[in-house]
Ligand binder design. Structure first.
Ligand SMILES: Cc1ncc(COP(=O)(O)O)c(C=O)c1O
Length: 472
């Protein structure tokens, strides 16, 4: 990519000041950190369709989900609107929370937009993303249940790092199955997990029957989140002192992330603004939910706010997938969940946004899309990296490839605001930094990134597998 006519140079030497009484960073004190999580299940008009046992077709019971401790299963089903965050979890969250909200003055100037752009920086956590918000809670509840060891999957490695960090804080052994293509793309993620005392193997791995089956068919199998979940669940089911931990998708995981949106609400109020548009990228749905659910609650109560979920064109779960019952993993070890899905056999292209390569979507996010409370948009890999580069060259922070999907949408909305001459207030969840994803930036800068689009023929073939399941 030629930089001879670098469009950002014009910014150099220009002194950008904060405007009026709005600061660049809107900070909260530790005492302002939320003490409760917001559970959006309390505000749904009708309950979510239950997870189903795939053999009987009946609602799944605790026995079908024995790889989770009972306390987390209770949260999964709860319809209490507010759930107390236990003190030991609060104490760990205080390591990096409350996180700063930024006004992206420099990006606004570059786009010459009248829009006001805010981003909630979840990249300041030790693991580099929003993921530790739930990792700490899950590690705590498992520890309280007498669990000694946790297994999990990870795509890009952010979740694996978060659970490694949380396991270290609460004295739990952690084993991470990392999607092989990401394992190869991001070697430092494994080192980070090991630094916190966890172990990390590429998935498919020889350590489980599921992994051996996939390796038998293709020794160089690139892996997928669905396969890594199957391996981690199989491992947890094989030993009584081990449980499985999921970094997204489930109701309790999304709820643990709502500290992000609850803080952002306070911070936007401090800035004297309310967002017209709230944006997050979606893999399984947790960072999107964390920022947006408190605002969706406002929308349910009459506020006029647009909420946008951003995903890759190569993994278009919300923009192309149907609303179905499907497995959460590839090998069919989980109950069936009602969600938008590309089919559990979907093998995503090896894009760099490893955390967005999941075939399904959180049932709660799926329901909100179905109810018209949120909307979804898809972006190509090159659109998202172009947006990420614009962000890095204006605001300085280098975003994770996943986060770049949200930035692409923010830039789109800011340009629209310019065309319409409106001071649109845009709020985004900046879900993580990309400092361990520089290989992806290298590929983009040297013109090696490819754009992959999921074809309708392939989608049709994947949907055939789901015809035998009940309809939600
Ligand atoms: C930085 C970052 N953002 C977003 C995501 C997407 O996950 P979720 O949809 O659960 O937030 C991931 C997942 O790994 C991630 O690492």
């Amino acid at each position: 990519m030629g930089l001879s006519h670098d469009p950002f140079l014009f910014l150099s030497g220009q002194i950008i000041r904060t405007e009026g009484d709005v600061n660049t960073k809107i900070l909260l004190e530790e005492k302002d950190m939320p003490r409760q999580w917001y559970n959006i299940q309390a505000d749904l008009k009708t309950p979510l369709p239950p997870p189903l046992n795939p053999t009987t077709g009946q609602p799944a019971g605790p026995g079908d989900l024995s790889f989770f401790p009972m306390s987390l299963l209770e949260q999964e089903m709860s319809t209490e609107r507010w759930i107390d965050i236990p003190e030991p979890v609060l104490e760990k969250l205080l390591i990096w929370r409350p996180t700063p909200l930024y006004r992206a003055f420099r990006l606004e100037r570059f786009l010459s937009t009248p829009a006001h752009i805010y981003f909630k920086n979840e990249g300041v956590s030790p693991a580099g993303s929003h993921k530790p918000n739930t990792a700490m809670a899950q590690a705590y509840y498992n520890k309280m249940a007498g669990v000694k060891r946790l297994t999990t999957e990870t795509g890009a490695g952010q979740w694996g790092c978060a659970l490694a960090f949380a396991g270290n804080q609460f004295g739990l052994e952690v084993k991470v199955y990392m999607v092989r293509v990401s394992y190869n793309q991001k070697p430092y993620r494994k080192v980070l997990m090991e630094t916190w005392g966890a172990s990390c193997v590429p998935s498919p791995s020889p350590d489980t029957k599921t992994g051996r089956d996939f390796l038998g068919r293709n020794p160089e199998h690139p892996g997928s989140l669905g396969i890594a979940i199957s391996e981690a669940v199989e491992d947890a089911l094989a030993s009584p002192d081990t449980k499985y931990s999921l970094g997204s998708v489930l109701n309790h995981v999304l709820m643990h992330q709502t500290v992000v949106g609850l803080e952002a609400q306070q911070q936007m109020a401090k800035a004297g603004e309310y967002p017209d548009v709230v944006v997050g990228c979606v893999g399984g749905g947790s960072n999107f939910a964390g920022l947006t659910f408190p605002f969706v609650r406002d929308k349910m109560n009459g506020k006029d706010v647009k909420v946008v979920a951003c995903e890759p064109v190569s993994c278009p779960t919300l923009t192309k997938g149907p609303y179905v019952y499907d497995f959460g993993d590839t090998a069919g070890k989980t109950p069936l969940m009602a969600m938008y899905s590309l089919g559990h056999a979907f093998m995503p292209a090896p894009i760099h946004a490893g955390g967005l390569r999941y075939h399904g979507m959180a049932p709660l996010v799926s329901r909100l899309l179905g109810d018209g409370l949120i909307e979804a948009r898809a972006y190509t890999q090159s659109q998202t990296f172009a947006a990420g580069l614009t962000f890095a060259r204006t605001e300085g922070y280098v975003p994770a490839p996943e986060t770049n999907h949200a930035i692409a949408c923010v830039i789109e909305e800011a340009r629209k605001a310019k065309e319409e001459g409106r001071e649109t207030v845009i709020l985004m969840n900046w879900s993580g930094h990309g400092l361990i994803d520089l290989g992806a930036y290298d590929a983009f800068l040297s013109g090696k990134l490819e754009d992959v689009v999921l074809g309708d023929d392939e989608l049709g073939r994947l949907m055939k597998d789901l015809e035998k399941f009940p309809k939600p």
